[in-house]
Design a protein around this ligand. Structure first.
Ligand code: ATP
Ligand code: MG
Length: 253
């Protein structure tokens, strides 16, 4: 089933610089779709357009067949309940003045009236936070810590816990492990794979690391200078018909 359908999405900055250039693709429910490309090719801009943090200049974004560029504030609120984002830099994503438990409860507090959770259950704030920390394999005593008291890997697990807390349909992972060392990267990637299965999530996994993307994703999109130059099933990564740019990325991983 088609969850997200992007058609000819285009985004300019200051009307001359084109960051995303007529990009089209579909993402199916339950899928982990990879998006790779070098720094500056437009990956994060695309992610921000999907979250409607940024307005698109032309094209369309259909989520469950609904055009998200047309949503008013009220409908945008319910849309964001279904789609969460995890950013590259967990330090910037967490409020330094809030304890972990207060950051974690924020999405639930915003959406509690509309939520119908199936995996997690809310009996009390403390019990809910404990479930979330357990889901991302963090000890419960971290609930009372501030972000600066955590390691980078722990902080990223907190932002992942926050994203899954309202059981969204889709999570956009924008270079979720870029700030981590190799060991924590591996651990976070395998945690993400596990969570996708347990919670029946779909991912758009953005990275410049083709090796990580090919491990995590069933299909891969390749972006260069704002354009989608290749898209294929991961089984066909090494096929001769791959775009020369994809081959270039393969040669350096
Ligand atoms: N707010 C902005 N104002 C003007 N230009 C921007 C803005 N954000 C991004 N750009 C430009 O748009 C292009 C795409 O940037 P983007 O951040 O989407 O790339 P990226 O693929 O995510 O790169 P990275 O891998 O380094 O995160 C770049 O040329 C960048 O300079
Ligand atoms: Mg980026």
């Amino acid at each position: 089933m088609n969850l997200l359908s992007i058609k000819e999405l285009t985004k300019f900055y200051q009307s001359e610089k084109i960051a995303v250039d007529h990009v089209s693709f579909n993402l199916n429910k339950g899928e982990c779709l990879g998006l790779v490309g070098e720094s500056g090719c437009g990956k994060s801009t695309l992610a921000r357009c999907l979250m409607r943090i940024e307005r698109i200049d032309s094209g369309s974004i259909l989520f469950e067949n609904e055009a998200i560029e047309l949503l008013d504030e009220r409908h945008l609120h319910s849309y964001r309940k279904k789609m969460q984002i995890v950013f590259q830099n967990p330090s910037a994503a967490l409020n330094p003045k809030l304890k972990v438990k207060d950051s974690l409860i924020d999405p639930y507090a915003q959406y509690k009236k509309e939520l119908n959770l199936s995996h997690f259950s809310y009996t009390s704030k403390d019990a809910f936070i404990r479930q979330l920390l357990e889901a991302v394999e963090l000890p419960s005593h971290l609930a009372d810590k501030y972000p600066h008291e955590l390691s980078g890997g722990q902080r990223q697990r907190v932002t992942i816990a926050r994203a899954i807390s309202i059981e969204p349909e889709l999570i956009v992972l924008d270079e979720p492990t870029a700030s981590l060392d190799v060991i924590s990267q591996k651990a976070v990637l395998s945690l993400l794979t596990e969570l996708r299965e347990t919670l029946n999530l779909s991912y758009l996994f953005i990275s410049h690391d083709l090796a990580a993307v090919s491990q995590m994703c069933q299909r891969i999109l390749v972006m260069k200078d704002g354009r989608l130059v290749d898209q294929f099933n991961t089984n066909y990564l090494f096929d001769n018909e791959r775009h020369p740019y994809t081959k270039e990325l393969i040669s350096i991983f």
